[in-house]
Design a protein around this ligand. Structure first.
Ligand code: UGA
Length: 428
């Protein structure tokens, strides 16, 4: 089939490349000429394992092209996927739909009458219905559940496909688009517009709630002297609870969970329904950042002024160079404001961090960050940080004090090497 993908950020670039991999002819469209030039040259402006290779493969096979021209895209596509961002509004917790509205309007103007416009962006419930009522072209909604760092895998082999459709025709088209994925046994959920939109925000709200739940238990463990790691493992043995997404630590960040739960609660308010518990989920999450800042102060003898602090990690999670709402950088910036001399190291996110937080110090390796440090904070659990030899690390720092803000390091090993080891939600 001939598909277009409007918006070539994380979601769009991945979707375009994966649709080409499924055998379709795909045109990726963006208003940013620099992004399009980079993608044409096979360069992906963010870190996503496997994606550059897939883009280069299909620009070479000719199945994947990129353009800034909506007229060309409109004439080409039988199905147009809209994959633009929905950031938090500046004036409220709600989602900013400027890009979604503009992308739909731009493609609808040039799209063939019998084409299908499919929204993939995360939107407040009611958006699909509103767009369908104004555009004069058939609309469908097909939310996306991919995780950064696993974007290609999650798109080619998703847990499920969800489509919100208003006609058998739209369902037939989307089944054809995803035929290889469906043939591999992926469950398809067909729903109306509001349900399809809600599935996405409900899923992210549930995941955020799970993380904040375990982090609230971490707060209790800290107050009562328990161990949240053992607690999570024990409750996770119950299949109904499950082991995943129960890693206590400095909490969730990124471009999705924080803004999605705020927009969800905001939209619920508009509909006269209270999702106030999501505000507590958000508050618990933010309190974990405060806790790391407090622990740093405590370990530096009451104030961090003048202390040299090494921060391991800048990305909001490993396997990503995304620093949007990163807990690690939030903590680092606050300690810097308090007068600490903060040096950050991250395997992939240094360039992005440097641009957004120019006042922080940066090191080109973990060793360089550790050298002379009075305190080490482990805030993004990159696998290579688990490989650090605690004895070698102890020989580099000024004082062997470490806070594991991700519950990912082997505390016994660090303690045996002479470190004072602290982890969130675990006994001191
Ligand atoms: C999240 C969802 O997992 C995806 O399903 C969804 O498609 C995506 O948002 C989106 O809406 O686009 P992502 O933001 O890539 O994906 O990251 P996650 O892997 O969900 O991690 C989110 C945050 O939670 C990270 O900061 C991570 O460190 C933190 N986390 C995760 C924990 O603190 N504990 C856990 O147990 C798991």
């Amino acid at each position: 089939m001939r598909l277009t993908v409007i918006g070539t950020g994380y979601l769009g670039a991945t979707h375009a490349a994966c649709m080409a991999e499924l055998g379709h002819e795909v045109v990726g469209v963006d208003v940013d000429p620099d992004k399009i030039a980079a993608l044409r040259a096979g360069q992906v402006p963010f870190h996503e394992p496997g994606l550059p290779e897939l883009i280069r493969k299909h620009t070479a096979t000719g199945r994947l092209r990129f353009t800034t021209d909506h007229t060309e895209a409109g004439a080409f596509g039988e199905v147009h996927f809209v994959c633009v961002g929905t950031p938090q509004r500046k004036d409220s917790e709600g989602a900013d739909l400027t890009y979604v509205d503009a992308a739909f309007a731009a493609i609808a103007e040039h799209a063939a009458e019998d084409s299908l416009l499919v929204g993939k962006s995360t939107v407040p419930v009611g958006t699909a219905e509103r767009l369908a009522g104004t555009l004069g072209v058939e609309v469908a909604w097909n939310p996306e559940f991919l995780r950064e760092g696993f974007a290609v895998e999650d798109t080619l082999r998703p847990d499920r496909l969800v489509i919100g459709v208003r006609s058998a025709h739209a369902e037939t088209i989307l089944r054809k688009v995803y035929e290889p994925v469906l043939e591999a046994g992926t469950p398809l959920v067909t729903a109306d517009f509001p349900t399809a939109e809600l599935v996405k925000t409900a899923a992210n709200a549930f995941l955020a709630t799970k993380i904040s739940f375990i982090n609230a238990m971490a707060e209790l463990c800290e107050a009562a002297g328990g161990d949240v790691g053992v607690l999570a493992q024990a409750i996770g043995h119950d299949d109904r609870i499950g082991k995943k997404f129960l890693r206590a630590g400095v909490g969730f960040g990124g471009g999705c969970l924080p803004k999605d739960i705020r927009a969800f609660a905001h939209r619920a308010d508009e509909l006269g329904v209270s999702l106030a518990f999501l505000r507590e989920v958000d508050a618990i999450n933010m309190r974990r950042r405060d806790k790391v800042v407090e622990l740093a102060r405590e370990l530096c003898g009451g104030a961090v002024l003048g202390a040299r602090i090494a921060v391991l990690g800048a990305a909001f999670k490993p396997d990503s160079d995304d620093i949007r709402d990163s807990p690690a950088l939030n903590v680092a910036a606050r300690l810097r404001l308090d007068g600490a001399d903060v040096t950050v190291y991250d395997p992939e996110a240094l360039d992005n961090a440097r641009k957004a937080f120019p006042l922080l110090g940066y090191a080109l390796s973990a060793e360089e960050a550790l050298r002379g440090a009075d305190l080490v904070l482990h805030l993004t659990e990159w696998p290579q940080f688990r490989e650090i030899d605690p004895e070698r690390a102890a020989s580099l720092v000024a004082r062997p004090l470490i806070v594991d803000g991700r519950g990912a390091l082997d505390g016994d090993r660090w303690s045996a090497a002479g470190w004072h080891f602290r982890a969130l939600g675990r006994p001191a």
